[in-house]
Design a binder for this molecule. Structure first.
Ligand SMILES: NC(=O)c1ccc[n+]([C@@H]2O[C@H](COP(=O)([O-])OP(=O)(O)OC[C@H]3O[C@@H](n4cnc5c(N)ncnc54)[C@H](OP(=O)(O)O)[C@@H]3O)[C@@H](O)[C@H]2O)c1
Length: 341
């Protein structure tokens, strides 16, 4: 490890988000040592869970040891299923100075009532107020010095990036029609992620109240927006990515919708605005979000595409790390995508 390089630990490293963290961290210029923790793959090489990491020259997975990881690391990424990080947080974050970045939903919603309405009881509600919601492309340097970051959900990221530029003009309910790829459900096979059920298929799910609605509307309330957003999630026949189409009702005084996007994201290196609706494959494998907007009287239609595992998970979390530690925001994240993919 060279001087100035940091030590990073990943919990849940055998999962999809964990694997993507490992892929990106191993080519990050400020990251020295990386340790990967997994209960199911302890003692095995990274390629046992992530075949494409066969050329990464690091030690194997280690048995999950959250407290030891937090004591050793400068930065600890937690990529465990929802509900796990809230059960270990008090043991993890004692007197160490680790930057803790959680990719699960456990600490994304500071409002306990709203959290419990969607997720049930929280086991560490006293910690909810400690976290910054890491919507990196909006917060930017506002993340400097943060020590506890709750990384947004993938659907929520795409939806909020589409909503944010129009917040001052919103009036009434917005709707986000979102389609996700199968990696959004994690590495454990389920009937809804089985290839024959997923390929050449498209279906809605959780349309009566997907959990990401909670963080979307919590964030809208933080921004003092006039109105809430409904999320209509769909499962699409592809592996990576989220395509979000939003319908917003705005005040008549709103100016040109594309200019709104340009103005809102002028200082955001990973948000690109286009004159035509973006295509999903252009962002797959990247940390970029591509957006477009068009206006019909008071209705604004925004489209946003992201890679759920990069911008919607590992990439955004690393971007937050860069911003929190005062690194160049783009460090280790400017790689191009895969097209065709
Ligand atoms: N997939 C996405 O697109 C995405 C996007 C944004 C955020 N996230 C969030 O990131 C976190 C990880 O998501 P993922 O898609 O990577 O999930 P995943 O593929 O299922 O991986 C989660 C990992 O956590 C470990 N784990 C520890 N306790 C577990 C338990 N009780 N049950 C199951 N696994 C357990 C497992 O590894 P070991 O058993 O080996 O320890 C597993 O590999 C989740 O909170 C998810 O909501 C995911």
């Amino acid at each position: 490890m060279q001087e100035g390089e940091i030590k990073v630990a990943v919990l849940g490293a055998a999962g999809y988000a964990g694997g993507e963290l490992l892929r990106l961290l191993h080519q990050h210029p400020k990251v020295g040592a990386v340790r990967a923790f997994s209960s199911s793959h302890a003692g095995q090489p990274l390629s046992a869970a992530h075949p494409s990491l066969i050329h990464v020259q690091v030690a194997e997975f280690e048995a999950t040891a959250p407290k030891a990881a937090a004591e050793w690391a400068d930065v600890l990424f937690c990529a465990l299923p929802h509900g796990e990080s809230q059960t270990i947080i008090d043991e993890l974050l004692t007197d160490n100075t680790v930057l803790f970045i959680d990719l699960a939903a456990d600490f994304r919603i500071a409002d306990t009532n709203r959290y419990e309405a969607y997720y049930g009881a929280h086991t560490a509600p006293h910690r909810l107020g400690e976290f910054t919601y890491g919507l990196a492309d909006v917060l930017g340097k506002g993340l400097a010095g943060a020590t506890r970051i709750a990384s947004p959900g993938c659907f929520a990221t795409a939806c909020l990036l589409g909503l944010y530029p129009f917040v001052p003009s919103l009036c009434g309910k917005s709707v986000c029609f979102g389609i996700t790829g199968s990696t959004g459900s994690g590495a454990k096979p389920k009937p809804s992620t089985h290839h024959p059920a997923r390929a050449h298929n498209l279906f809605a799910y959780e349309i009566d109240g997907h959990r990401h609605e909670a963080e979307i509307n919590h964030q809208l309330a933080q921004w003092q927006a006039n109105g809430q957003c409904r999320l209509l999630p769909h499962s699409g026949p592809f592996v990576r990515g989220i395509h979000a189409t939003l319908s917003l009702v705005c005040e008549e005084t709103l100016g040109d919708s594309i200019e709104q996007l340009h103005d809102a994201y002028a200082a955001s290196p990973f948000v690109r605005v286009y004159d035509t609706p973006p295509q999903l494959a252009a962002v797959v494998g990247t940390n970029f979000a591509h957006l477009h907007a068009t206006r019909h009287k008071r209705e604004v239609i925004v489209t946003c595409v992201i890679d759920n595992l990069v911008k919607g998970a590992a990439g955004q979390a690393i971007q937050s790390m860069n911003l929190a530690l005062g690194f160049d925001e783009t460090a280790g994240l400017t790689f191009p995508g895969l097209f065709p993919c």
